[in-house]
Structure formats: structure tokens, C-alpha cells
Design a protein around this ligand. Structure first.
Ligand SMILES: Nc1ncnc2c1ncn2[C@@H]1O[C@H](COP(=O)(O)OP(=O)(O)OP(=O)(O)O)[C@@H](O)[C@H]1O
Ligand SMILES: [Mg+2]
Length: 472
């Protein structure tokens, strides 16, 4: 906390063996609202830096004892993020060049012009604020697309995540296939943000949203005058994503001419802008996705087979949600948490009956549908527990009510027949509960209103292993 109680005042360290300069600079900078610290020499400066974070250091280059250059060298290794402005003697261009070479961010010549000093400090502070914001956004992106944020309880999803981990750091082309809403874009982003390309751009192009006539120039850019309306030379998405990842979404909707050009890029790693003939080389990693069956499209002559093989160097197939229903409870809870701002954090839980309904639903819209239903339920819920969920009727009936009644075998004695049905129902109920509550016997016993011993006995009776339901 600073003298005036404002913790956010920017801090400047002024290092100079000339007392008059120190005092004058302090007055100037304090008038501008900065928190100013003074050091008469390099040693004192290092002591101050070791005890308090500074934003900018303004240091004289020529001082008795340790020179400003030596100080700069020390500071650069210990405080790489500190902005340093060196003050050099008038006309001493070579020392200014030397200071910049050694890592000073800027320099000033003596006698200092106040306006120039203030301007350079302001510029340094603004650049730092921008860097900090960029860093914060990057960190936010990283955590959004970290594997920790991807729900994966089912073996199928665990395998998917393992394969993304394996392939992320390579440059091979990835083809993600899966029904609508299964998480293709999320996987594409995760493969970028968990790779060594993560600080470079991730550029997404939705191939179905751009008219065929524009897609080529959108992807590869165009030269000035290439077509009516091409007023300026423009780089395409391939160039924008240089060093990073280009995500070609809905690749199944790519026009045949663009398919041919894309194939060439993948084969030769170069392309030309529309209307240009200079080959352009980029280091862009391609991740493509589609919810259409490319294999079927190939058979029908709508997708080039050679392009398919180039794209699917590393194929990832995302399972539909109905093939991994054990992910439903975890995903539902994840979305309650993720969209908690919709209710100011009031809604925290999902009633077991709602979970059961969701476990019996077919999820044609996959995870996106689940997310939307949870959002709607959050808005409608009054208390802290979602008690109801509006599943569209038709395909979401509990599976038990969809199953036809088994044929009654009148040769089986009545009591045996009913007992068998009860046993079957009991086993199903137990398995559902174990799945939902991740094998937590205490919780299950409470909810089923039977004691724990009975739960254990019944599990043994039906050869159910609770360990299979635990885990992430
Ligand atoms: N494993 C997961 N864990 C958490 N959230 C997920 C997971 N998979 C998908 N989601 C979320 O579900 C929503 C839909 O995912 P995404 O947009 O990646 O699907 P998609 O396959 O690209 O869909 P479409 O084919 O409709 O474009 C997104 O909000 C995404 O964050
Ligand atoms: Mg998508």
C-alpha cells in the first residue's frame, strides 16, 4: 500500500548519482501521480528492487561505482519484466545504442526534457498494461481449453483426450468427426491450446458459412485487383494462422474447387493468393472437423478421396452422448457451474429424478442440447436445486416405458415370475444409482432409504462391483 493509500499507483525507481536530478525528477513524477523511489547508485537501486516491485526504472548510464550498464545487465537477468529507460549523456549515441542492445526498453539524452521523460514513461506503462491484459486473456484461454475443463468420465472420452494429448505437439493434420454438438470445436481448440503453438493464433473458418465464391480468397487471400471489389491485397486465413492452427470447420461443405486447392497446400505446403502467382509458404497446422460422413460423401463423389487421406492423418471420432451416458451427470453439473451467473450462483444442485430422466434421454443434439436444457432449467428454477427439466417428448421417454412388455410365460409359477421381474428392476435401479453417484454407497443407501449393509448385500447378489463406478 502506498503513502496515499492507493495500492494501484504505478511505481518508478529513479537511479542517478546527481542529487539535483533525483529531486527534480521526483517532483515532476509525483505531480503526475506516480509513486517515486530514489536511489543514488546502482547498489541502492538493487536493494530497493529486491524489496518492492517497480514498474519502470529510469537510470543514469554513467555513474561513479557501478555503471548504469552493469546495473542494466544485472536487472535484465533478475527482473526481466521491469521496463528500463536509460539516461545517456547528450550526443553519446554509441552508449545509447549499447544500452538498447543490452536490453533497455528506451533511452533519453541529458539534459532531460520533462515532456519527453513523461511521454516515455507513460508509453512504457501503457505497453505493460497491454502485456498484462494479453497475458491474462491467454491464461483465461488456456484454462478454458485445459483438459481439466473437458468432462470425460467415460472410457470413450478418456481415450479421446489421451489421443489429443499425444497429437497436440506434433504438426500432423487432425480430422475430427462426430455428430452435431459432440464437442468437435472444443477438441480442436484444446489441441491448439495444449500444444507448443498455443501462443500463436487459433483461426477458425466455418466452411459452410462462407459462400463458395468467397471461400477461396478467404482462405488463401487475394492480390489487389484479383476480382471486382478486391481493392487491396489481403492475406488469407492460412497466413493469419501462420505459426498457429487453422481450424477448418464443416469441411464436408467445402466446394470442389477449394478441395483441390486445399489438397495442393497439404501436399506441397505452399499456395498462391487468388490472382497472384508468388508461392507463399506458411507453417500452419490444420485441424478439420465435420459432422457429415466423409466416407459416404467419397462414395457419392462429393468429397475427394485423396484429400480425405491427407486430412485424416490423425482421425478423432467423437462418440455421441448416448454412447457415453455415464458422462451425462458430470456434464450436467459442469454446465450448472459454468452458467451459474444466470442465477447469481443460487442454483447448485440437480435432483436425482432429473438426473434419471436425463440418463434415459437419447440426446440427438448431444452435449450442446444438454447445455441448452440446463441453461433453460437454471433460469426456471426457483430454489437451489433443479427439480424439473423439459426434455422434448418423442425420443426422451424413459427407456423402460419404451420397451415392450415381455411375453408372460404362464408355465412359470406366478411368484417366481414376479420375483424375477423385481430382481431385474432392482438390479437396474442399483446400477443407475451407482452410476449417478459414482459408487458412493452412503449416499445411495440414504436416497434408497435402505441401510448400507443391504446395498452391499444386493450388490453381491447381482455381482455388481462398485469400484467400476468410482473414478473421475
Ligand atoms: N467434454 C466436454 N466437456 C465440457 N463441455 C463440452 C464437452 N464437449 C462439448 N462441450 C461443450 O458443448 C458445447 C458444444 O460443443 P462444440 O461446439 O465443440 O460442438 P460441435 O461438435 O462443434 O458442434 P456442431 O457440430 O454443432 O458445430 C460447447 O459449449 C462445448 O464447450
Ligand atoms: Mg462446431
Amino acid at each position: 500500500m502506498t503513502k496515499d493509500g492507493n495500492p494501484t499507483r504505478e511505481r518508478i525507481l529513479v537511479v542517478d548519482d546527481d542529487k539535483a536530478f533525483r529531486v527534480a525528477t521526483r517532483t515532476l513524477l509525483e505531480d503526475e501521480g506516480y509513486d517515486v523511489h530514489l536511489a543514488p547508485g546502482a547498489d541502492e537501486a538493487l536493494t530497493i528492487l529486491s524489496s518492492a516491485d517497480m514498474d519502470v526504472m529510469v537510470s543514469d548510464l554513467v555513474m561513479t561505482k557501478m555503471s548504469g550498464v552493469e546495473l542494466l545487465q544485472k536487472v535484465r537477468t533478475t527482473y526481466p519484466d521491469l521496463t528500463v529507460i536509460m539516461v545517456t549523456g547528450f550526443g553519446s549515441i554509441s552508449s545509447a545504442v549499447e544500452a538498447m542492445r543490452l536490453g533497455a526498453n528506451d533511452y533519453l539524452t541529458k539534459p532531460c526534457n520533462n515532456a519527453e521523460l513523461l511521454l516515455k514513461i507513460r508509453r512504457a506503462m501503457d505497453a505493460q498494461a497491454k502485456d498484462r491484459e494479453l497475458k491474462r486473456l491467454r491464461e483465461e484461454l488456456h484454462s478454458t481449453y485445459s483438459f481439466g475443463n473437458m468432462v470425460s468420465r467415460s472410457d470413450k472420452m478418456k481415450k479421446v483426450i489421451q489421443s489429443i494429448r499425444q497429437v497436440a505437439d506434433t504438426d500432423v493434420t487432425i480430422l475430427i468427426q462426430g455428430e452435431s454438438g459432440t464437442g468437435k470445436e472444443l477438441v480442436a481448440r484444446a489441441s491448439h491450446y495444449n500444444s507448443n503453438r498455443c501462443s500463436r493464433p487459433f483461426i477458425a473458418v466455418n466452411c459452410s458459412a462462407i459462400p463458395d465464391s468467397l471461400l477461396e480468397s478467404e482462405l488463401f487471400g487475394h492480390e489487389k485487383g484479383a476480382f471486382t471489389g478486391a481493392m487491396k491485397t489481403k492475406a488469407g486465413k492460412f497466413e493469419e494462422a501462420n505459426g498457429g492452427t487453422l481450424f477448418l470447420d464443416e469441411i464436408g461443405d467445402l466446394a470442389p474447387t477449394v478441395q483441390t486447392k486445399l489438397l495442393r497446400v497439404l501436399q506441397e505446403k505452399t499456395f498462391e493468393r487468388v490472382g497472384g502467382n508468388a508461392p507463399i509458404h506458411v507453417d500452419t497446422r490444420i485441424v478439420a472437423a465435420t459432422n457429415r460422413s466423409l466416407e459416404l460423401m467419397i462414395q457419392q463423389g462429393d468429397f475427394r478421396e485423396d484429400l480425405y487421406y491427407r486430412l485424416s492423418v490423425f482421425p478423432i471420432r467423437l462418440p455421441a452422448l448416448r454412447e457415453r451416458l455415464e458422462d451425462v451427470p458430470l456434464l450436467a453439473e459442469h454446465f450448472v457451474h459454468r452458467h451459474q451467473t444466470l442465477t447469481g450462483g443460487r442454483v447448485k444442485y440437480i435432483a436425482p429424478s432429473v438426473m434419471t430422466c436425463m440418463m434415459n434421454y437419447t440426446w440427438r443434439g448431444n452435449i450442446r442440447e444438454l447445455e441448452n436444457l440446463i441453461k433453460r432449467a437454471l433460469i426456471k428454477t426457483q430454489g437451489e436445486t433443479i427439480m424439473e427439466i423439459e426434455l422434448p417428448t418423442g425420443n426422451g421417454m424413459p427407456s423402460s416405458s419404451k420397451e415392450p412388455m415381455p411375453e408372460v410365460d404362464l408355465n412359470t409359477p406366478y411368484k417366481d415370475y414376479v420375483a424375477a421381474i423385481v430382481r431385474d428392476a432392482e438390479e437396474k435401479y442399483l446400477v443407475r444409482m451407482l452410476r449417478l453417484y459414482k459408487g458412493n454407497i452412503n449416499q445411495i443407501a440414504k436416497l434408497m432409504d435402505i441401510d448400507r449393509k443391504t446395498v452391499y448385500r444386493k450388490m453381491a447378489e447381482y455381482s455388481i462391483d462398485p469400484a467400476g463406478f468410482r473414478g473421475s
